[in-house]
Write a protein that binds this ligand. Structure first.
Ligand code: C2E
Ligand code: MG
Ligand code: MG
Length: 753
């Protein structure tokens, strides 16, 4: 079932196309959103980067300004000291130094001192009382003439663990002629780390670091805390001869500790110094990252929603497709596939599987009667039961509901014997379940045909149906293969069909009469018209051989009309001969129930023949009751209105029931031969007796058909049935012979008359 459904879904090209379109739409959607978000992403990134760089630039410039101010403050102090000393008339070194000591403490110089050129030496006298020979020391030599001067970091002469920066300003003395000479130089030493910490203005969330360096990229003020990753990075960057050079470039990037750092230089307008600001790139773009992250999350959510939407739509589509398939390819009552799935399944079947397939078609014998007797609900129940039981008995086979009570099985089998085994298993299951009371008893008739190369499925099923007809109604055999016999019968049927018109024209259909008798008096009370096909070579074909065939082709309608015409003619001529004309019964096929012109035609024939309609009766077979009870009632009533009588034929062949008798105003019930055959059976005797009394109670005459023995006749008379028809009295005879019988009756009667 699932397999079949999958196959059908696959066959559903339209659904596939819809899905493809949906997928295409989704791809387009993803493409467009990616495009839009990509553009957005880039512009946000660009924007944020610019903003971040702008803020680094601004902060750097502000820092540079404040550092410059810090430095200038100290420089101004040194300068003020130098000018003060220069203005003094005496130049007592120790006095100066003592005064300067106070400044050193207040302004947090490590040392303040005075530099003197004495002979060839450059001597530094410090406020702590120490004296150092600074001859040839680069910063001191530079400081001697410079006005003012700030040195780069260096290790102080008296030894130290950290570097210092030197501020200096020369003390100028004026000679008597107003000439100027350098008397000494005021020197202030500041620990570099102290300078650096002044500069360490935290910005960019505290991640940025500033450095002072000269134009050749050397650090001129060194911080002490190298453990700080930021300073280490900068220091290492500086140590490796920076590729980003303040002379040529205001900014750039360098890598350190698997991070990228952003460098920005601001010229300090002091010596050739620059303020260098370093920020990890990650910090610069942190805010951008947050925005972009949000954008990404937004996009993700949109995609997920789109995907969910698509999933939902395709799910709904799949469901509706399945619904569609279920309603168009599945039978609502039983839940199995209908006949329309068959060609699809066979078309898509693998060859190896196809080669082993047999087509079995079966139906329930007299299903209409079953419905009539047990009710339609029970009928539906039976169909559901058949599906259930078949699926259990033959679990690996495909089962379809072909039409009303017709089912098709695609049976897998290597040969005919395997098919027989499987069919026997199925039939056994049905029989057993009926015996156990799970279902009322029923029979099936199945026809089997193996699909032949180049033969359409329709033909194959048609052949299987033909084979099925062979066993239809035979309780002893439930299935037949389409074989030589069937084919022969089929050919025969076809021949009969095609021969019908000619045979009718050439009067090959002869009406025989079987008299009906009053058993107690032995007199003829009427006759039944029975058709024989008398071929030109003299062979006589009985109606059992051709009537089912003509019923299938509906040629029976023409035949019955012809029979009625012939009967009317015969009756007329008998009347003309002065014979005592007895009522004649004409059989009406069940096919007439579905043929609407029947009543008018009968009326016309009777009227034109001039026969008294009261002398005509019509036999309608019991099983016709189950076909269309409304229509049947209309026909019975109309025939009564014409003045004819109507008899129920073959009572007891079908699943006769009392309400079948009660439902219609029949004039006579014809007890079927099969009842009469079993008359000696105790239980059957009861059935017959009660049927007789029931018919009488309902105001209907009763006639026993197929009475062959005196004993049967006697028993029937004992039970109150006085009318009979059968070989014991007379077989069907030609019109000639029937006339003779009537004539004999007349002459019998004559003396008494
Ligand atoms: P039916 O109407 O039930 O006719 C009775 C059948 O039982 C006849 O068979 C008759 O020959 C046979 N019969 C009568 N008494 C005995 C007997 O004692 N023993 C045996 N073994 N058989 C007996 P027949 O003539 O072969 O007709 C068969 C059926 O064909 C008829 O059954 C009727 O249903 C149908 N039929 C015959 N002629 C016509 C016709 O012109 N039109 C239609 N629509 N059906 C016809
Ligand atoms: Mg009959
Ligand atoms: Mg009959």
């Amino acid at each position: 079932m699932k397999k079949m459904e999958k196959l059908l879904l696959k066959e559903f090209k339209a659904g596939k196309m819809m899905r493809m379109m949906l997928l295409g739409g989704a791809v387009l959607f993803v493409f467009l959103t990616t495009q839009v978000f990509g553009t957005l992403y880039n512009s946000v990134q660009e924007n944020v980067r610019q903003q971040a760089i702008d803020s680094v630039t601004n902060i750097s410039e502000l820092n540079a300004e404040s550092i410059k101010q810090t430095i200038e403050e100290r420089q101004n102090l040194i300068e003020a000291l130098a000018i003060q000393l220069g203005d003094r008339p005496h130049s007592e070194r120790q006095v100066y130094l003592d005064q300067m000591k106070v400044y050193a403490e207040i302004y947090r110089f490590r040392r303040l001192g005075l530099l003197f050129r004495e002979d060839d030496k450059l001597m530094l006298y410090m406020t702590n009382g120490g004296t150092v020979d600074a001859t040839g020391s680069y910063p001191y030599e530079q400081a001697w003439g410079a006005n003012p001067f700030l040195s780069e970091s260096y290790f102080p002469l008296e030894g130290g663990t950290y570097t210092v920066n030197m501020f200096s300003y020369p003390v100028i003395k004026h000679g008597p002629q107003g000439e100027q000479r350098i008397h000494c130089v005021v020197v202030g030493l500041v620990p570099s780390w102290q300078m650096a910490s002044r500069m360490n203005v935290s910005s960019i969330k505290g991640d940025s670091r500033t450095f002072l360096m000269n134009s050749s990229g050397r650090a001129v003020v060194r911080p002490r805390l190298y453990e700080d990753i930021g300073y280490k990075a900068m220091n290492d960057f500086i140590a490796t001869e920076p590729t980003i050079h303040p002379r040529d470039q205001r900014d750039g990037y360098f890598d350190y500790d698997s991070q990228t750092w952003y460098v920005y230089y601001v010229p300090l307008e002091l010596n050739d110094w620059f303020l260098m600001t370093c920020v990890p790139e990650r910090s610069v773009f942190a805010s951008a990252d947050i925005i972009l992250h949000r954008v990404l999350v937004g996009m993700g959510i949109l995609w997920i929603m789109a995907a969910a939407g698509m999933l939902a739509i395709s799910f709904v589509m799949y469901r509706s497709q399945r619904m569609l398939i279920r309603t168009s390819f599945y039978d609502e009552l039983t839940g199995i596939g209908t006949g329309s799935v068959l060609p699809i399944l066979l078309r898509t079947m693998r060859k190896a599987e196809y080669d082993k397939i047999y087509v079995v078609i079966f139906d329930v014998d007299k299903f209409k009667e079953f419905n009539y007797i047990y009710g339609e609900e029970q009928g539906d129940e039976l169909l559901r039961y058949i599906v259930h039981a078949t699926q259990q008995a033959l679990p690996d086979e495909y089962l379809f509901r072909y039409l009303s009570d017709y089912f098709v099985i695609l049976l897998h089998a290597d040969d005919d014997d395997e098919v027989r085994r499987k069919m026997d298993r199925l039939v056994a299951r049905f029989v057993q379940d009926a015996e156990n009371g799970i279902t009322p008893p029923f029979d099936i008739s199945a026809g089997i045909q193996k699909p032949q190369p180049g033969v359409s499925l329709r033909r194959t099923i048609g052949d299987a149906l033909t084979a099925r007809r062979m066993v239809k109604g035979l309780q002893v055999q439930q299935y037949a293969f389409y074989d030589e016999d069937v084919r022969e019968k089929r050919v025969n049927d076809l021949e009969m069909e095609s021969d019908f018109s000619r045979a009718l024209r050439e009067n090959e259909f002869r009406v025989y009469y079987q008299p009906k008798y009053d058993m107690s008096s032995g007199h003829i009370i009427g006759a039944e018209a029975l058709t024989r096909w008398v071929k030109q070579d003299g062979t006589i074909i009985s109606p059992g051989a051709f009537i089912p065939c003509f019923e299938a082709t509906r040629q029976i309608i023409r035949l019955d009309e012809a029979v009625l015409e012939q009967v009317c003619r015969d009756m007329k001529s008998m009347e003309d001969e002065g014979l005592p004309v007895k009522p004649v019964a004409v059989n009406l096929s069940r096919v007439h129930l579905r043929h609407h012109g029947i009543l008018d035609k009968i009326e016309t024939i009777i009227r034109e023949s001039g026969v008294d309609p009261r002398k005509l009766s019509f036999e309608i077979t019991e099983s016709a009751l189950y076909e269309d009870s409304q229509r049947l009632k209309k026909i019975v009533d109309a025939l009564h209105d014409m003045g004819c009588t109507v008899d129920m034929d073959d009572y007891g062949v079908g699943m006769s029931s009392a309400n079948a008798l009660a439902a219609n105003r029949f004039d006579m019930v014809k007890l079927d031969k099969s009842f009469v055959d079993d008359i000696s059976d105790q239980r059957m005797a009861e059935v017959i007796r009660s049927t007789i009394s029931l018919s009488k109670a309902l105001g209907m005459e009763i006639l026993a058909e197929g009475v062959e023995q005196k004993s049967q006749a006697d028993t029937l008379v004992d039970w109150g049935c006085t009318r009979a028809q059968g070989f014991y009295y007379s077989p069907p005879v030609t019109a000639e012979k029937y006339r003779a019988l009537l004539r004999a009756e007349k002459s019998d009667d004559a003396p008494n008359a």
